[in-house]
Design a protein. Structure first.
Length: 267
């Protein structure tokens, strides 16, 4: 009986170790394409992905159109268990909004993770797989470094609304070396400075913004652009190469598109 008891104890330990192996080997860090939601593959040309910053305790990403952000806490006592908190997204109107809502709803229910044949699976409290992820090629996402803002960017959207050229194309041109910005709000020239919070690479604030004061058509649109610039607190690079300038709550207030054509700076 004693020998049988020891064997059972040994098997019990072995069983617990094997159960833990799957989650222990899973490494969440980095960027992951969202492949399926509750077993249903995402169709179309979706750029949906989620990134885990395990050092800073944050998640980030894109639901296909809108940016995702939130908190991350990995349970060090119970391997394979995580807590995602304060999940939020920008609020642009998007064509695949149903898929975006499913992704956001799924993230609210995530309590665990485990490795899979193709990457990582996020699970709910019952162990059901609700999101399947595959490692994202780093080349697919532009590095979210402020140095990548260098150059000219067309102001494409303000508060989710398309921006149309009035007299001139609205744009911002960043000089990262001098921590300055120059541009045009559609008629009037704007100049100012930029700064970042210490140890916060995604932060961005505009300071000492000055504008010429010519009157003309589209003054309301210019006012909207300048007001939005004043709200900017951070930036994020989207999968399509555009840049979202977000307010303190993570809502996109300005969408920038890289100017690959003739320079917009007047000489």
């Amino acid at each position: 009986m004693k020998k049988l008891f020891l064997s059972a104890a040994f098997l019990s330990v072995l069983f617990m170790a094997s159960c833990g192996d799957k989650s222990n080997k899973a490494d969440l860090s980095g960027k992951w394409n969202i492949i399926s939601i509750e077993g249903q593959n995402i169709t179309g040309k979706s750029n949906a992905f989620i990134g885990f910053d395990t050092k800073e305790g944050k998640i980030y990403g894109n639901a296909g159109c809108n940016n995702i952000m939130g908190g991350l806490n990995i349970d060090s006592i119970n391997p394979g268990h995580i807590i995602l908190s304060n999940i939020a997204s920008t609020r642009m109107t998007c064509p695949d909004i149903d898929i975006e809502m499913k992704i956001l709803d799924a993230l609210q229910n995530v309590t665990g993770f485990q490795s899979s044949a193709n990457g990582i699976e996020l699970t709910d409290k019952s162990g059901k797989v609700i999101l399947s992820l595959e490692k994202k090629d780093d080349k697919q996402v532009t590095s979210a470094s402020i140095s990548s803002l260098e150059g000219e960017w067309i102001i494409s959207k303000v508060n989710g609304n398309d921006v149309k050229a009035i007299e001139k194309t609205p744009f911002l041109a960043f000089n990262i070396t001098e921590n300055s910005v120059h541009g045009n709000a559609g008629c009037n020239i704007i100049n100012g400075s930029i700064e970042q919070e210490r140890n916060n690479d995604s932060s961005l604030k505009f300071g000492q913004m000055m504008s010429t004061m010519m009157a003309g058509p589209g003054m309301k649109a210019e006012g909207d652009i300048l007001a939005a610039i004043g709200k900017v607190s951070s930036f994020v690079f989207n999968a399509d190469g555009s840049v979202s300038l977000n307010d303190a709550e993570g809502n996109e207030v300005i969408l920038l598109t890289k100017n690959n054509g003739k320079s917009l700076i007047e000489k």
